[in-house]
Design a protein around this ligand. Structure first.
Ligand code: 26Q
Length: 755
């Protein structure tokens, strides 16, 4: 009842909400959420999950919490009656900057699903003051500035709980902050974030630079501080150990309070290690158990039974390995334990490649995880298969029973209910609201594939979402886009393996074709969102190439009526929520075998975009779910790619020379037109990279990509109703990709959580 809600909000505001400012209303709503969510906090019996992760990319929380707590409609109505808008109030909320990409967003979706499924599962991470950098563009180049997101109103609540953590022989105090995590008609869990009281934002200098040695002041300033020098790499180890030592102490304290005697820790706690960043929790827990008079052998068994590890990448350079002297410096107390674990690992196998400490005195974090946890999982069927067959084959032979797959998922509360209310309402009017708790019910939509009214409605909703995105782009970046065009979007971290550069080459090709008088079947608005790691030079060159081309197009009226290139500044969760519902064609064009899963692919599908993608990661499962007619697949298979790598004879230059279109596009990077807006050093370096290196085999997939994308454009132009029908099939088949399904699988196979 909105009248009761009006009274409630008047009370919380201590004034008539008609006269309250958006800021006052924001604080009132925070209190409302807090009260309601506290009612859903339950005590725990049996096993409780601790999901330890360097990232939790949670996004803004207010609307999401209102939806989960069943308050959204009443609040919206009460506000509307007072002439206020929830969207405006949401503007008051800073977006938490606690993550970077897929792994962090996955952790956030998992927390939502755990709470929704009434499972006891808390997050453990760090309270970064500035998190990931804020991105802006100047002269077509990415600049990084600190993101001071941490204001009083949004911060997780400080507690009196403090744990001692020893870093490089000095004692520090890790303070616990708690953030409630609401579930959709479920329970309230907690995201536990640790921080140091002495961290000082004023030490940040130019851009995001700071004194990397002053640990007391800098420890939790940034997520993934620049690690191009040794001090930066050491800082990452400081952060990781701080997180896991405090986390391990929290686990032990909570379990003891519930009656655990530590010998039976695995009956009270399940710990999920999200990639290798929290791997030191293994030796740290062993160390702490030994301080409680448990001998080494038993401690190893307890920890193995408690911990499980998720791998999110097969890129060798992302598998963390540290020179042992880094660990000697930062965590000397762990080294005797890591050495004993290494000896134990070596006693289990003759194969030196499975050692924790290798001959070069390098410590392999993933190896420690696999030996001393009871489960190792990949994040999509293909990814797990590649781990078993190649990347981790030696481990798979040693421990076949430990390996399992858990295909990623996304929470439909944020990625449908919250970000696409019109589509949600339409679905509800067709199949009822059961899909909100059981995503497999979306299949009921298949009954409407021939219903012209429904198909027309879907097109209308898409068009409205495109208008909304256009208005947002105009407001934020002063860019006007043509909403009659087809919208194609590639939004994800910038990385060579994800191949934003392939998209760039297509757009150059398209530009040159239009200049040559070949008019495309439909105007195209090509949208990007991506941050490049500050020290990743080629990634920044790719951004430069895209921004420069964008200007070339914009300044050419003959072309700009047919194509536009928009790069969204500072891509984050809020931007994604605007972009994804407006997308017609979802670009998932990584080099096959390299993208572990992808989760953006699932979000676009759920919101009625068709996928243009390679047979990589979860794209494979998406293509199986929707069938070949409802997805645009192109490019080499993972087998071909792996074969080409093994043969070691890939020569980009041969491809450059053999294909005139490709050559023309690559040459254009340093053309007069590009140089009139762009910088020669960046563009030349990018061009050379493509001709002489091209580690991620962009060139062999170029032609297939162009053909497939133009096919999609022609299909879109030819028959809107048929396109709409295919989007409906994608939505209907998206149920499998709910993180509720993923979490149920983790619980059944790995965690076995209590209540
Ligand atoms: C590596 C070395 C040293 C320090 C940091 C890192 C580092 C940092 C971040 C390594 C990896 C990451 C992030 C990885 C990530 O986001 N992976 C993505 O995880 C998603 C969820 O499983 C998958 O869907 C994506 O395919 C995968 O790329």
């Amino acid at each position: 009842m909105s009248e009761t809600m009006t009274n409630k909000l008047n009370d919380l505001c201590k004034k008539d909400i008609k006269t309250a400012s958006n800021e006052e209303l924001y604080h009132a709503l925070l209190k409302l959420v807090d009260e309601k969510s506290q009612q859903q906090v339950h005590s725990v019996t049996g096993r409780k999950l601790y999901y330890i992760s360097a990232e939790f990319l949670i996004g803004k929380l207010l609307s999401n919490n209102l939806i989960n707590l069943g308050l959204y409609d009443d609040v919206k109505e009460a506000l509307a009656a007072a002439g206020k808008s929830l969207a405006d109030i949401e503007e008051q909320e800073p977006e938490p900057s606690l993550g970077n990409g897929g792994l962090g967003r996955l952790a956030a979706c998992f927390l939502d699903s755990l709470a929704t499924l009434n499972l006891p599962g808390d997050g453990v991470g760090l309270r970064y003051h500035c998190g990931l950098f804020h991105q802006n563009f100047k002269n077509n180049i990415q600049n990084e500035t600190p993101d001071f997101w941490l204001t009083d109103s949004c911060a997780a609540q400080a507690t009196d709980t403090v744990f001692p953590v020893s870093l490089a022989g000095k004692e520090y105090s890790a303070r616990l902050y708690k953030l409630p995590v609401t579930g959709y008609e479920g329970r309230t869990n907690t995201l536990n974030l640790f921080d140091l009281d002495t961290v000082d934002e004023s030490v940040i200098g130019d851009g995001i630079s700071f004194d990397k040695k002053d640990i007391a002041k800098n420890l939790t300033l940034f997520l993934y501080p620049d690690d191009s020098d040794e001090d930066g790499r050491l800082l990452r180890i400081y952060q990781q150990y701080f997180m896991v030592s405090a986390g391990a102490q929290l686990v032990l304290e909570e379990c003891a309070a519930r009656g655990c005697n530590y010998h039976n820790l695995a009956d009270y706690a399940a710990i999920q290690i999200n990639d290798t960043h929290p791997s030191m929790v293994i030796p740290e827990l062993i160390r702490l158990l030994m301080l409680h008079d448990i001998d080494f052998e038993e401690a190893v068994q307890i920890v193995t039974d408690t911990c499980a590890y998720t791998n999110h990448t097969i890129l060798a350079e992302a598998l963390e390995k540290w020179p042992r002297h880094y660990l000697d410096t930062v965590v000397p107390q762990l080294m005797p334990i890591i050495e004993k674990l290494d000896a134990l690992a070596k006693s289990r196998t003759e194969d030196g490649s499975l050692a924790i400490i290798d001959q070069n005195q390098v410590v392999h974090m993933a190896h420690m995880d696999i030996h001393f946890s009871h489960s190792t999982n990949g994040v999509a069927t293909l990814h797990t298969q590649i781990l078993k067959e190649s990347e981790l084959a030696g481990f798979y032979h040693l421990y076949p029973e430990k390996f399992n797959n858990k295909t990623n998922g996304i929470t439909f509360r944020r990625w449908l209910l919250k970000c696409n209310p019109s589509l949600t309402n339409e679905i509800e009017s067709l199949i009822g609201n059961g899909f909100k708790k059981d995503a497999s019910e979306l299949k009921k939509l298949l009954a409407y594939t021939n219903d012209q009214n429904v198909l027309r409605k879907l097109s209308e909703i898409k068009k409205q979402n495109k208008e909304a995105l256009a208005a947002w782009l105009l407001h934020k970046q002063g860019i006007k886009v043509n909403t009659d065009a087809m919208f194609t979007i590639q939004s994800k971290r910038l990385h060579e393996y994800k191949r934003q550069q392939l998209n760039l080459l297509f757009l150059i090709h398209q530009y040159l074709e239009i200049k040559a008088g070949h008019i495309p079947s439909v105007p195209l608005v090509s949208i990007f969102g991506a941050k490049a790691a500050p020290a990743y030079i080629i990634a920044k060159d790719i951004i430069h190439g895209l921004l420069t081309l964008s200007q070339v197009i914009e300044n050419d009226p003959e072309v700009s009526k047919w194509m536009q290139l928009v790069f969204v500044e500072n891509y984050n969760v809020s931007a994604a929520e605007m972009m994804i519902p407006a997308c017609d064609l979802s670009e998932q064009i990584s080099l096959a075998s390299k993208e572990a899963s992808g989760t953006g692919n699932m979000k676009f599908m759920l919101n009625g975009a068709l996928t243009l993608g390679t047979m990589d990661g979860a794209n494979v499962e998406i293509s199986e779910a929707v069938g070949n007619d409802n997805i645009y697949i192109f490019g080499q298979s993972s087998k071909q790619v792996i074969h080409r790598y093994a043969a070691g004879d890939y020569c980009a230059k041969d491809w450059y020379e053999a294909d005139p279109n490709l050559r023309r596009a690559i040459d254009f990077l340093t053309s007069e037109k590009m140089l009139s807006f762009g910088d020669e050093e960046h563009l030349k370096r990018l061009q050379n990279e493509l001709i002489w290196k091209d580690w991620f085999q962009t060139l062999p997939d170029f032609n297939a990509y162009v053909v497939r994308k133009q096919q999609a454009m022609a299909d879109y132009a030819a028959d809107q109703e048929n396109w709409s029908c295919r989007t409906l099939i994608n939505i209907a088949q998206a149920g499998f990709f709910s993180s509720d399904r993923t979490i149920e699988e983790y619980d059944n196979d790995i965690w076995h959580l209590g209540k």
